[in-house]
Design a protein around this ligand. Sequence first.
Ligand SMILES: Cc1cc2nc3c(=O)[nH]c(=O)nc-3n(C[C@H](O)[C@H](O)[C@H](O)COP(=O)(O)OP(=O)(O)OC[C@H]3O[C@@H](n4cnc5c(N)ncnc54)[C@H](O)[C@@H]3O)c2cc1C
Ligand code: FES
Length: 374
Amino acid sequence: MTAAFDALTRADMEDARIRPGLAVRRRLLDAMGWLTTPLLPDDYLGLVNALWSSRELRGRVEEVRPETADAATIVIRPGRGWAGHRAGQYVRVGVDIDGVRHWRSYSLSSPPQRADGRITITVKATVEGLVSPYLVRRVRPGVILRLVPAEGEFVLPDEPPARLLFVTAGSGITPVAAMLHGLVARREMPDVVLVHSARAPEEVIFGAQLRTTAARLPSLRLYERHTRTDGRITMAQLRDTCPDWRQRHVWACGPTGMLDDAERHWRRAGLADRLHVERFRSATASGFRAGGRVRFLASGRQADADGATPLLVVGENAGVLMPSGCRMGICYSCVARLRSGRVRDLRTGREHGDEGVLIQTCVSAAAGAVDIDL
Ligand SMILES: Cc1cc2nc3c(=O)[nH]c(=O)nc-3n(C[C@H](O)[C@H](O)[C@H](O)COP(=O)(O)OP(=O)(O)OC[C@H]3O[C@@H](n4cnc5c(N)ncnc54)[C@H](O)[C@@H]3O)c2cc1C
Ligand code: FES
């Protein structure tokens, strides 16, 4: 408790320069220890300042900066317990919308250890999406978000390779933007090629910053592909834009089709170990349609599901409180026990149905009638 409080007070001193008030607050906290029993002072502090809670990692939205017509950067002050991040990692964000908490993952677009201690995520509103349009258009400064400490393997090694290639599209620029910040801050910037696709120049997230940085730094070459006029880039076309692509280590982030293409391309070249991919959506097997009635036993709800919709989405649409995290089969936050029936793994198309087994609802669809313990 004391160590954690010390960490908080240090951060406060840097952020808000409130040094004179701190000693008083610390003495107050000690005194409150016995006054508040059986609850901890922390419970009360969480009520006074939402960011002080040590039971739940939170962040306060401090600014919303529009980036393009459908994307915005959310500036967040993380609360007590935020342990920092590496450029390229993502954070799971819990957002309360109309009284229901939804969890989504967002790459951190800010470099680690910003001087002001704040972090940013940059969100593109997905058509018919739930959380992303809320974050881009409705969230306001002051709103409290839930956070889970940063995670993810899509990071550069401590000593980056001498030649790098980034292949990104749309909001896939976000983790790479954090990496570029870090590289630019280094004295010896490696030789970097960034091939980025967006529908039009005005839809390039961080377009102005990227162009300015590339104009100033000869070691950063930026190729923009505007798909509305030029069509989607294929990896075979990389030979023209980046003739030495074989010699480069590659970090790629963007839509499923582009990443599938990249994986095939580097595999065929025998260079799969040079390619690092971050997917915002899971790669799903297609062509399976037969579903069935899904019963959520603990909540007493049921719904008809097709054979392609994740049980997570089926449950959410039926009003069941479904736990979730990455929503793409990575984090296992969504597991539930299968009581009867068969489910299909949407990534592989494989069916399975052992009673009592734990299934990941975000990547499992009904393959007939299904009962699950939720
Ligand atoms: C590791 C990781 C990092 C991510 N980083 C970012 C980021 O930096 N910026 C960002 O904007 N998003 C990012 N995402 C995607 C983000 O987590 C959400 O999936 C996205 O914002 C859509 O959420 P939603 O609630 O609006 O849509 P939902 O309500 O979940 O989905 C609504 C509809 O949109 C479709 N859909 C869902 N996700 C996507 C998607 N990613 N692209 C296109 N269609 C989709 C669904 O199939 C559905 O039809 C990341 C995802 C992961 C796993
Ligand atoms: S939500 Fe992460 S594995 Fe299902």
